[in-house]
Design a protein. Sequence first.
Length: 186
Amino acid sequence: MEHENLSSHANEEPAELLVDFLWLFRGKPLSGPVLDLACGDCRNGIEAARLGHAVHCCDISNEALFRAESLARTYGVSVEILRVDLEQGDPPIPAEQTYGAVLVFRYLHRPLFPCIRKALKPGGVLIYETFTVDQARFGKPRNPDFLLKPGELRAAFRDWELLHYFEGIKSNPERAVAQLVCRKAG
């Protein structure tokens, strides 16, 4: 039976990039749990949980994490909720070589790049999509602290196996993004 994603629930639809790369989560088990960073309602992590993977939903917002728990119950999956301020703490991701996959969507805090590199196990997958400096012409965010410079995301993980990279304009809604899917060496 074909896997049905969350799209039947408009506000709970997983990111298109994740849906395109769900094949990475099928068949062979991941080497560790999936970490959905700055997850909001964790709809991307829940999609991985629906495929049978352990998932850690990480966000600072109690309200978002409450919605994540509720959404997980709706789909009959269990996720681990981690309330973490990713912009504080040492290290903000409390794990080293723990995760089989890390998901990051619509979030940028550059000091996390080294933490993500450490958190993934060798052979682990990173799926990352966030806004670029060109986003300012379409709307929020406009603060350059939250917008990638050209080539910045690819450069941060340049030594990893590249599975997909896109930088440009996407539609529905129109937005300027960089997308990266890569695998940690080893």
